[in-house]
Unconditional design. Structure first.
Length: 541
């Protein structure tokens, strides 16, 4: 089964689940055509304009446009295995480009609009992208990179033709729908997402067409088992991120849940609540950073009609017990938290409906995935012992490998396990609690300290909006904890406030976890997926 049936308990859910991965599967056909061929007028997307006015886009339109785009790309020399970059905000054109790439057997390469020129240069050059669909903002960046991208032969712009780009919509109008979708297998390359680059140069994680089917059990669990063909989904997460694309967009469309597409922009908490209220959003995927910002809005259920909202899911970083409890109190919802990586996504999740929900814990293994916490010697860690999260291979969500880096790929496997590099603890009830990335752990005296619990504690202080904890050099202890925080509206940096926040932490954390120093920041350095770049903060000291 691709989608687990609801069960009374988590244990029954796991026991009853079996993978069914067909010999032939294509993401475009599985997601789009399964609806477009029977209900062509069914709404797939609600695309918002600058004033948040929605325009429905049907599965039938996505199918027709993606067939035309596939024809046009082939006519311009794009072949199976070539990389087709998607440098667009949430939009119908983004989905169409993905589907077109999958149909012709090419590899979709999603890129975030917030990427700077160096990030784009690396990803486009390293992948050898043959074509790109973008907008005016993307064209402006590409114009300064063109000489470094000899493989990039086709550029299409949704904002009209230029000297270097063809008009995307004119190309569609001039192309034929008479295109036969390639009969791809589950291990045929479909999608490449570059790692977030928190610890070094980003690597391309190449996925096969099976990756969509692999995400359906986790999607179902974290979003609370919505009946197929119901609801309305929204996320502020960029669809270029594995979370936005594979935790939200593609599985939602595959299961007939329309998705809101909103142009990129700064996340504003009040505007987010207003959007969910006005559109009657039923399911939302909100990264922990966004949820912490929402905590600054007083009495959201009193000020916004959120009666349609049935489930909130979250992933990307540790949610923290305080944010978990805030959602239960302020929104009346138990957040479905999940864990995964670009290379192996959505393997842990929580879901109150099957009794898997605990403050401060990420969750339990999603049905169909074997996840363990291992010691350095490969043996399983004891209860509450910190070890490395590992996923047993093969697994449908596990990537095919790093793009043209077989040695880097091989280094991440040990005795048949994908080693994530993330540290966690499993409690007596089987819940896995995320501690931090190996590179983010702080070595202080005899202790190995994860930043997640420290940051969650700091964010519980009423003045703190966001927090990051890093290790800085110390002659006696090797490292000590330093905290960086941004403040909520109405608070100003001061020595007195810093002392108050540190005292707050001292009363709640173990002695070795308490920050020895605290610095105020206007913003914290983030990846496009909303993860804090702690390496940059460590470098600053």
């Amino acid at each position: 089964m691709a989608v687990p049936e609801p069960a009374d308990t988590y244990e029954r859910l796991v026991a009853d689940f079996r993978w069914e991965i067909p010999e032939r599967t294509n993401i475009a056909a599985d997601v789009c055509d399964r609806w477009a061929l029977t209900e062509p007028d069914r709404t797939a997307l609600l695309v918002l304009d600058a004033r948040n006015r929605p325009e429905p886009v049907s599965y039938g339109r996505l199918r027709a446009d993606s067939l035309r785009l596939a024809s046009a790309l082939v006519a311009r020399g794009v072949a199976p295995g070539d990389r087709v970059a998607v440098l667009l905000s949430q939009s119908a054109a983004s989905v169409v480009t993905h589907f077109a790439a999958y149909r012709l057997g090419a590899i979709a390469l999603p890129l975030a609009g917030l990427f700077g020129e160096e990030a784009l240069r690396h990803r486009l050059a390293d992948s050898g992208a043959r074509a790109i669909v973008t907008d005016a903002a993307g064209l402006a960046k590409l114009g300064r990179l063109r000489a470094d991208l000899p493989d990039l032969a086709t550029i299409l712009s949704v904002d009209g033709a230029t000297e270097t780009a063809e008009d995307f919509f004119a190309v569609l109008d001039g192309a034929s729908e008479a295109f036969e979708t390639r009969a791809t297998g589950p291990d045929d390359p479909a999608l490449m997402i570059y790692t977030s680059g928190t610890t070094g140069l980003a690597k391309g994680a190449l996925h096969g067409h099976r990756v969509l089917l692999g995400h359906l059990p986790g999607w179902t669990l974290m979003h609370g088992f919505p009946p197929e063909g119901t609801g309305l989904m929204w996320t502020p997460s960029d669809w270029a991120w594995a979370g936005g694309l594979l935790n939200v967009l593609m599985p939602s469309l595959r299961l007939g849940m329309p998705v809101v597409a909103r142009p990129s922009g700064r996340f504003e908490p009040e505007a987010a609540f207003r959007l969910m209220a006005d559109l009657r959003v039923t399911h939302a995927f909100l990264p922990p950073t966004a949820l912490r910002m929402l905590r600054g809005v007083a009495e959201p259920r009193k000020n916004f009609d959120l009666s349609a909202l049935r489930n909130i899911a979250s992933a990307g970083e540790a949610l923290g017990a305080e944010t978990f409890e805030w959602a239960k109190h302020a929104l009346g919802l138990t957040i479905g938290e999940a864990y995964g990586q670009t290379e192996c996504n959505l393997v842990l999740a929580s879901c109150a409906r099957v009794g898997v929900a605990r403050a401060g814990a990420t969750g339990k293994p999603v049905p169909g995935h074997r996840v363990a916490v291992l010691r350095a010697d490969g043996t399983e860690a004891d209860t509450d012992e910190t070890g490395e999260i590992a996923v047993q291979a093969p697994d449908p969500v596990l990537f095919l490998g790093y793009w043209r880096q077989p040695e880097a790929t091989a280094k991440k496997f040990r005795d048949g396990w994908w080693m994530t590099g993330d540290q966690a603890r499993r409690d007596a009830d089987g819940y896995i609690r995320f501690v931090g990335r190996e590179d983010d752990l702080i070595t202080s005296a005899a202790y190995r300290i994860g930043p997640a619990e420290i940051e969650a504690c700091l964010c519980a202080h009423p003045a703190v909006a966001l927090a990051a904890a890093v290790g800085v050099p110390d002659a006696l202890r090797t490292e000590v904890v330093k905290a960086f925080v941004t403040l909520r509206a109405g608070f100003a940096p001061s020595e007195a406030l810093a002392a108050e926040i540190l005292a707050f932490a001292r009363a709640r954390l173990s002695a070795h976890e308490v920050p020895r120093a605290l610095a105020f920041r206007e913003t914290l350095p983030m990846t496009t997926s909303g993860k804090i770049i702690r390496r940059q903060l460590r470098d600053e000291g």
